[in-house]
Design a binder for this molecule. Structure first.
Ligand code: AMP
Length: 250
């Protein structure tokens, strides 16, 4: 079984992102970049399926500029066998990414594609669903458990107020939720070995796809500043302020 894992290069989750002064987008100059955390969970799950003898090959794929090679090398250090970069200087939207991934799926014929449930930069939560629709594949989104059952895969999904278990025919699309697993760290020997693993670069022209954006971002602005808090002297003062200033109790 071959597993394809799409990974996105995003700003590190520890970085406090600010909007550019002209509100044209987030200011990412000099920001630390990393693998999207949900994609790290996807790589971990694919590598575990390989380690348990359920898969033979794990292929990481990213759609982005040449800097995304850094995140693909990390995936190789975490246990992926090879990587593919679909290189573009556009900032692709989920539909564009899904189209590029569809072309790779048609080329590679994986039995399972494991994506993150969402990328923490755009918070779209769309790519996996769009890819499943474009390919006509079954999908198990928000997975907290994945079990291979012969020519099917069982996915336990985190839904409001509980868990739902679905059985999907292969090939299938899975998106990861936070509790699926705890990703490992890349060891130094594996980082060294990753430098020798294959990383192929393809262009959108070679794949015959158009990933030009369909939407225009009008502005990106920071949330309103919160007023500073105060320390009250006693309970009576607290009750008075809640009643008369905040007006949250009567
Ligand atoms: P989104 O729909 O943008 O929230 O992203 C959901 C998931 O789709 C991510 O966790 C990745 O697995 C995948 N994905 C999104 N954008 C890209 C990209 N540029 N390259 C590769 N995979 C991506």
């Amino acid at each position: 079984m071959k597993i394809l894992v799409p990974v996105k290069r995003v700003v590190d989750y520890n970085v406090k992102v600010r909007a550019k002064a002209d509100e044209s987008g987030p200011d990412l100059s000099n920001a630390k970049m990393a693998i999207n955390p949900f994609c790290e969970i996807a790589i971990e799950e694919a590598v575990r399926l390989k380690e348990s003898g359920n898969a033979e090959e794990v292929v990481a794929v990213s759609v982005g500029d040449s800097a995304s090679q850094e995140q693909l090398r990390t995936c190789l250090a975490l246990g992926a066998d090879r990587a593919v970069l679909i290189e573009t200087n556009e900032t692709p939207e989920p539909l564009g990414v899904a189209k590029a991934l569809k072309a790779i799926v048609e080329k590679e014929s994986p039995e399972i594609v494991i994506l993150g449930k969402q990328a923490i930069d755009g918070d779209s939560n769309q790519t996996g669903q769009m890819l499943a629709a474009l390919l006509g594949y079954a999908q198990g989104t928000f997975a907290s458990e994945v079990t291979i059952q012969g020519n099917k895969v069982e996915v336990t999904r985190e839904i409001d107020g509980g868990l739902q278990t679905v059985s999907l025919n292969l090939p299938a699309i899975i998106t990861t939720d936070l509790r699926l697993n705890e990703p490992r760290y890349a060891s130094l020997p594996n980082i060294m070995k990753a430098k020798k693993k294959p990383l192929e670069t393809l262009s959108c022209e070679e794949l015959g796809i158009d990933i030009a954006p369909r939407t225009e971002t009008l502005k990106v602005s920071p949330p309103p500043e919160r007023a500073a808090g105060i320390i009250v002297e006693n309970i009576d003062q607290l009750v008075d302020k809640l009643k008369n200033e905040a007006k949250v109790i009567s």
